[in-house]
Ligand binder design. Structure first.
Ligand SMILES: C=C(O[C@H]1C=CC=C(C(=O)O)[C@@H]1O)C(=O)O
Length: 406
């Protein structure tokens, strides 16, 4: 645990909704934007990293301890006000990337009812800090990462052969791309572009992990959990209607979706205090792909939080496979990437018990070198998958994040 004494958080109503130009820094921000609400934070009042299989419960315990010793004065009392932490977690228990929770020193937030400012502890640099102008990226280039296109299609073929034996039903394989810009990457610019282009998604930036995801693991408001699970995709290169028709009539995608939604339902059944309601599969249309989507909702049983619920679901069969352990072993052996914080929970939680923990998809991790980032995209492989089709699906998924860098 870090050397936190007591924090003092003050939330007051604000007159205007913030814009990216109100954020002083180009890096190290915590941002969360939807079409209806958002928060942008900077500075670190407190922060801690976690690792290993119990990283989610470690993080929850730390946040609970911070809240218990804090003085919170909240004149707004809506989701995201009071003491709020942003987090990003690693996909794998053994990842070299840490999982982190950060309580920003300053948060500007807004929702449909108005705006607010939370100040936890103003670190020296944010007092009267000059706002750095929003920087453009200059020329941007991207190319294959550790698993290039040929190796990805080989990995799909190899996995299809394993799936044909019947013990393993589904494995989600991913590949990575390296992005290099001429000028330093500015989080404010990337977030503004993603939020504009993907208004129906959750746009995030936490510890340089930036993206706009359509998948929600655990959104909690007053103890009520909502989840959106996606699996089964079709690129919209031939138009949305054609993609929707292809997806609705694809037995492979319908079965692939079923494994993912079953894995989430199984987890929520253990977390719910009453009935779990399901709605789906329906079609979710995004600019670059259409997905099969199922929404679940339930009241959380005592003891569960958004973060522990998301942690217990992770990795769902939307990013791992079925059965989970065997699929993860295939991912480790055949894909072989350290996925870092891709395909794992990213989001925020507040001291009132509200939280949004989305699945970090359609995203890139900004690196310590400010001109470099690494993006990931993957797809569910089934026994009847066609390698070139899986590749095309990852291309369509990559386009979401690559467009933000263009
Ligand atoms: C693993 C990813 O997508 C998941 C979420 C939606 C649809 C998926 C699919 O159709 O394969 C994946 O399960 C990704 O975007 O990198």
């Amino acid at each position: 645990m870090s050397d936190i004494t007591s924090l003092s958080a003050v939330t007051r109503p604000a007159d205007v909704r913030p814009s990216p130009g109100d954020i002083p820094r180009s890096r190290g921000n915590a941002m969360w934007v939807t079409d209806r609400s958002g928060m942008v934070g900077w500075g670190r009042a407190a922060s801690l990293t976690f690792s290993g299989p119990d990283r989610f419960t470690q993080a929850q315990r730390w946040f609970d301890a911070v809240v218990a010793s804090a003085t919170i004065e909240d004149e707004v009392a809506r989701p995201g006000t009071g003491l709020t932490a942003f987090g990003t977690f690693s996909f794998a228990d053994e990842s070299a990337d840490s999982s982190t929770l950060t309580i920003p020193a300053t948060i500007l937030g807004w929702d449909e009812q108005g705006a607010w400012t939370t100040t936890v502890r103003s670190d020296a640099a944010s007092d009267g800090e000059t706002i750095a102008p929003i920087g453009h990226l200059g020329k941007v280039q991207w190319g294959p990462g550790d698993l290039d296109e040929d190796r990805f299609t080989d990995a799909v073929s190899e996995t299809v052969a394993i799936l044909a034996k019947g013990d393993i039903k589904k494995v989600v394989l991913a590949r990575d791309m390296r992005i290099v810009s001429e000028e330093p990457m500015d989080e404010r610019l990337l977030v503004a572009k993603l939020a504009r282009d993907f208004p129906s998604c959750w746009t995030f930036c936490v510890e340089g992990m930036i993206g706009a995801t359509p998948e929600m693991m655990a959104s909690v408001r007053a103890g009520h959990l909502t989840t959106r699970v996606l699996a089964g995709s079709w690129p919209t290169t031939g138009g949305h209607d054609a993609a929707e028709y292809a997806l609705r009539s694809s037995a492979k995608d319908i079965a692939e979706h079923r494994y993912a939604s079953d894995s989430v339902l199984h987890a929520i059944d253990l977390q719910a205090s009453g009935p779990v309601r399901a709605n789906g599969p329906t079609i979710l249309r995004l600019p670059n792909v259409v997905h099969l989507a199922t929404d679940f909702e339930a009241d959380l049983a005592p003891g569960w939080t958004g973060l522990t619920a998301a942690g217990a679901m992770h990795p769902t069969a939307a990013v791992g496979g079925t059965p989970t352990d065997k699929a993860l072993e295939v991912i480790r052996r055949i894909e072989g990437l350290d996925r870092g914080r891709y395909a794992a929970p990213v989001g925020w939680m507040d001291s009132q018990g509200n939280a949004d923990w989305a699945l970090a998809l359609r995203c890139a991790q900004l690196e310590a070198d400010p001109r470099r980032a690494r993006a990931f995209a993957g797809g569910g492989v089934m026994d009847r998958s066609i390698p070139q089709q899986e590749l095309a699906e990852t291309e369509a998924k990559f386009s979401a994040i690559l467009r933000a860098f263009a």
